[in-house]
Design a protein around this ligand. Structure first.
Ligand code: URA
Ligand code: SF4
Length: 203
């Protein structure tokens, strides 16, 4: 498959992009997933947050960041004085990639391949072109590599402002990584510090 480009309508607003993305077959991930999970939030948002891909809960509900990672993100946004309603939330990849658990009905998240990220990028580029935010925040390595290039290292460059094309970009860790961290409190403090830098940059 040739990627999402042929599915992206020209000159469309966010609502039309979302409708078109529901029918995307730009890579093989659409097939086992329940639905496309497009970005969500106001078209005039000054801040866009980019995650990796929808998780199990998002795949069922059709909205980004409504599962456990989303709850942690909500708390951190609130503590950093960033209102979620004013933020546009999206993902580098718009379909949930998973493998079935060996037993039971659980579905285990799988990291998308570089090819899948590249296939899906036309959607993210279209979202950013419509919104023209003051700042893009990449949550985790997949989003950071999608926006800042495959050689970008979040661990070395997190929390500082980068410039790509006409966007200011800050990369930080993924909220799921905070949930999985051996020292969750410390990981959360680091995540919050990065979001406070985001808040300061928006002033
Ligand atoms: N993790 C992500 O990267 N995105 C979501 O929408 C949910 C969990
Ligand atoms: Fe299209 Fe992206 Fe879904 Fe692949 S993951 S089918 S490119 S929306």
């Amino acid at each position: 498959t040739a990627g999402a480009a042929e599915f992206v309508p020209e000159g469309a607003d966010l609502a039309a992009l979302r409708r078109a993305a529901a029918g995307c077959r730009g890579c093989e991930l659409y097939e086992p997933a329940t639905q496309t999970v497009f970005g969500s939030g106001p078209q005039d948002a000054r801040l866009v947050l980019v995650g990796e891909q929808p998780g199990d809960v998002e795949d069922r509900q059709g909205e980004p960041f409504v599962g456990p990672a989303g709850r942690l993100l909500d708390k951190a946004l609130d503590e950093a004085d960033l209102a979620r309603e004013g933020v546009y939330l999206t993902n580098a990849v718009k379909h949930f990639k998973f493998v079935p658990a060996e037993r039971g009905k659980r579905r285990i998240h799988k990291t998308p391949s570089r090819g899948e990220v590249v296939a899906c990028l036309p959607w993210l580029h279209a979202e950013l072109a419509r919104i023209r935010p003051a700042l893009v925040v990449c949550l985790g390595a997949t989003a950071a590599k999608a926006v800042l290039g495959a050689s970008f290292k979040v661990t070395e460059c997190r929390g500082r402002v980068e410039r790509v094309e006409d966007h200011d970009v800050i990369a930080t860790v993924h909220p799921s990584a905070v949930l999985r961290a051996p020292d969750r409190d410390e990981a959360y403090r680091g995540f919050l510090a990065d979001l406070r830098a985001v808040r300061a940059h928006l002033n």
